[in-house]
Design a protein around this ligand. Structure first.
Ligand code: FES
Length: 161
């Protein structure tokens, strides 16, 4: 996908809040019932607003806490999501067996493609802008699409392998 828009005005506050939440959550991550997600790092520091990751070779979830990106491959589709829950910005966690995601705060659940299933959230997980470049994906953590505000852009925000 090649479409983009400007970062939202609330992005900084959202990111600051999430950083605090991530720090608190890190101490319990080791004993969580969740956590099948692997940690990933960008292939290089952010440049021109975007980060690059190796194309996931198999189904699964990887989380880049530095850039607050969830990368998920489900079948032939790869999605990049904002790490924060769209309800109140709590860090999302991957459920076991690639079953999707859950928020630890109010228990909202989402499918692997980010579709809302149940809980207090009122929209799907926010998808980030993602493009494919050969054996890599390029993600802009500051350009995200909310399913209720921009449903067409949200639906188109994935790449195929
Ligand atoms: S913060 Fe995630 S459901 Fe409320």
């Amino acid at each position: 996908m090649t479409d983009s828009h400007s970062p939202c005005s609330g992005c900084s506050a959202r990111r600051d809040f999430l950083r605090s939440a991530l720090t608190a959550a890190a101490s319990v991550a080791a004993v969580s019932a969740f956590g099948p997600a692997e940690a990933i790092a960008a292939l290089a520091p952010r440049a021109a607003g975007s980060v690059r990751y190796a194309l996931p070779a198999a189904d699964g979830v990887s989380i880049d806490k530095t850039n607050e990106v969830i990368l998920c491959r489900a079948g032939n589709e790869i999605y990049a999501f904002a790490l924060s829950c769209p309800h109140e910005n709590t860090a999302l966690k991957a459920m076991s067996k690639n079953a999707g995601f859950q928020c630890s705060r109010h228990k909202s659940k989402y499918k692997p493609d980010g579709t809302f299933v149940s809980g207090r959230a009122t929209r799907n997980m926010d998808r980030l802008q993602i493009t494919r470049d050969g054996a890599q994906v390029v993600v802009d953590p500051d350009v995200f699409f909310e399913s209720d505000a921009e449903p067409a852009k949200w639906a188109a925000a994935f790449v195929t392998v």
